[in-house]
Design a protein around this ligand. Structure first.
Ligand SMILES: [Zn+2]
Length: 361
């Protein structure tokens, strides 16, 4: 197998970021050479933003298409969507809208043995799942399910994203998720040194460079939302594609994401976006790792991403952070800075205060 074939297998064929680009979707479907039967997974709100428009461009080309509204991404509900897909038997599944529609589409690919290709059409910039092969269900607690073939196409319509009602917050959260690569790569290298885990110097190096570039671009970009959307989208898409090419979740998942899952488990009904939880986790894990957590905070502050609990949209008690920190090491079998036993209550409490996550003074 040649290098290009490897990339072909694990990375999207078309990644299109631009304005008014949904009309290009039928061409990508045609290029697959399949009998074009299409199913669109979209949300109750995002159907009006992208779902119906995609339906129109696809059916205008004479393709058979159905829309399915995704209510939530709990495992039990996701299984009912697998049944819907089994009945309609599409060749192409389009996840259009928020992350849950895309994750449920990936889950269907994972569960169904027949070959189905997937296209992802994000309407916001909350996380890197839009281009990666990894599947997380049970929003917001983020249970890792496994991996599927990555999407063959990613269509990010900048105009739709700019019109997102919570644009500023979602952009900031996208920065939060991207900055999490700093601690994820550290954990990956640490596991390589401590446990001889496989580490890709190539992917790690590319990601570190991409992240540095991203950090330097964030501050200039913030003046212009359109430029910020482009920068954040590219960073998230690169991370997602690298996850696919390396086939290793370590690229974008370390102790900061495990903290995010632990915090979601502590505060399941509180409105905190994935990238916001990851940002708080990244600050604290960076300090444990001996990295410059203050610099990370500075970037997050510039981006308008919360760096302490007082800045979250809905308030949570400091104890929720301490409890989450103490259970973070249990959220995945990955070896990280937290080792196998995690933090004591005292160490967790000090960490939240020293980093200013619970103490804003
Ligand atoms: Zn993430």
């Amino acid at each position: 197998m040649t290098g290009s074939e490897i990339l072909d297998l694990y990375s999207p064929r078309s990644v299109i970021i631009g304005k008014s680009i949904l009309g290009k979707i039928p061409n990508v479907i045609k290029s697959l050479g399949l009998d074009p039967k299409v199913m669109i997974f979209t949300g109750p709100n995002t159907r009006h933003i992208v779902g119906e428009e995609i339906f129109n461009v696809v059916t205008d080309q004479g393709m058979d298409c159905e829309i399915t509204i995704i209510e939530n991404s709990f495992l039990e509900t996701a299984n009912t969507y697998v049944d819907v897909v089994e009945q309609f038997k599409p060749d192409v599944l389009i996840g259009a809208g928020g992350g849950k529609n895309i994750d449920v589409a990936k889950y269907c690919l994972h569960q169904i043995s027949r070959k189905i290709e997937m296209i992802s059409v994000p309407t916001a910039t909350p996380h890197d799942g839009v281009a990666s092969p990894f599947i997380f269900l049970d929003d917001p607690t983020e249970t890792f399910i496994g991996e599927c073939r990555p999407p063959v196409g990613v269509f990010a319509d900048v105009e739709k994203i700019l019109n997102h009602p919570d644009l500023v917050r979602y952009l900031a959260a996208g920065v939060g998720d991207t900055i999490g690569k700093i601690t994820a790569i550290w954990d990956w290298k640490y596991a390589w040194r401590m446990k001889s885990e496989k580490f890709s110097r190539f992917v790690g190096g590319v990601l570190e460079n991409a992240d540095n570039l991203f950090q330097s671009q964030v501050s200039e970009a913030l003046i212009d939302p359109e430029h910020t959307v482009n920068v954040v989208l590219k960073a998230l898409l690169i991370a997602g594609v690298l996850m696919g090419t390396s086939n290793d979740i370590r690229v974008g998942y370390g102790s900061e994401h495990m903290f995010s899952a632990a915090l979601a488990a502590q505060t399941p009904d509180v409105d905190i976006i994935h990238g916001e939880r990851v940002a708080l986790g990244t600050i604290m894990m960076a300090r444990l790792q001996g990295q410059d957590y203050q610099q990370i905070k500075d970037i997050l502050v510039k981006a308008g991403c919360p760096t302490n609990i007082a800045e979250l949209k809905e308030k949570i008690p400091p104890d929720a952070i301490v409890q989450a920190l103490q259970s973070t090491h249990k959220m995945s079998s990955l070896y990280t800075v937290l080792g196998r036993t995690g933090l004591t209550n005292n160490a967790a409490r000090k960490l939240t205060q020293m980093t200013g996550v619970t103490n804003t003074s």
